[in-house]
Design a binder for this molecule. Structure first.
Ligand code: ADE
Length: 226
């Protein structure tokens, strides 16, 4: 079973994304184990201090090296980890290829930053991979960690009921997914394209490919050059 350990200064922010839908199903099926670690529990100071002002001056607090080191060390004593990932906006942006790779890797440690981030010495010496979820800044790495986990967990074999459904997701072949429809076939004169009701599987496949291509060309032409 794959283990994902998430280290956070505010682990309560992590709860809800993991408590329903696919991620909960994967945990319930014992395909993946996801543990949250409260950084405060790894501070040796009386006041459970985990952050401090940055050297050299400047606004914003920085997560300290010691509690983070203690937590990573504690985890590494119990198990082996393929990657120690730090969620941060100043990093390569997550894509489907990275999620595919991480879904078949071993156990993972994911570090959530907060405030100004974490002490650089953690990044230089313990982090093996840094990931951003996009060119915008969030208040912490918890939502990005949940995004990363969701994108990974749904790809682990046995998690999705219909194994082929992840393969037809947008981005899986650098192409966006085609439009989908469900019943009723006509609603207030808004009709589902005839081809989807035709029962001709070859024709439907061709139509989906064409729609995918048109959509990608229109809204994400950069994907077609990859
Ligand atoms: N922490 C804050 N903003 C982030 C982002 N865009 N991606 C990953 N981690 C973050």
């Amino acid at each position: 079973m794959k283990k994902i350990e998430i280290i956070s200064a505010t682990p309560e922010l992590l709860k809800s994304p993991f408590s329903g839908s696919i991620m909960k199903r994967a945990v319930d099926k014992k395909i993946v184990q996801i543990n949250f670690h409260d950084l405060k529990n790894y501070s040796l100071s009386k006041k459970k201090q985990i952050d401090d002002y940055q050297f050299g001056g400047g606004s914003g607090m920085v997560l300290m090296i010691e509690p983070m080191f203690n937590c990573i060390n504690f985890l590494k004593k119990q198990d082996k980890y393929s990657e120690v990932i730090y969620m941060t906006p100043d990093a390569p942006i997550l894509n489907q290829k990275m999620s595919n790779k991480l879904s078949i890797s071993g156990n993972l440690i994911i570090i959530c930053g907060h405030y100004k981030g974490i002490d650089q010495r953690i990044r230089d010496n313990f982090v093996t991979m840094e990931i951003s979820i996009g060119d915008y800044v969030l208040s912490g790495g918890e939502l990005p960690a949940a995004v990363l986990c969701d994108s990974i967990v749904r790809l682990i074999p046995g998690v999705l009921n219909d194994e082929t459904s992840a393969l037809t997701d947008s981005f899986q072949d650098n192409i966006l997914a085609p439009p989908v429809y469900t019943r009723p076939s006509s609603f207030n004169e808004l009709d589902v394209p005839d081809v989807l009701l035709s029962g001709d599987l070859k024709k439907i496949e061709n139509w989906r490919e064409k729609k995918s291509f048109e959509k990608t060309k229109k809204i994400r032409p950069d994907l077609l050059n990859k």
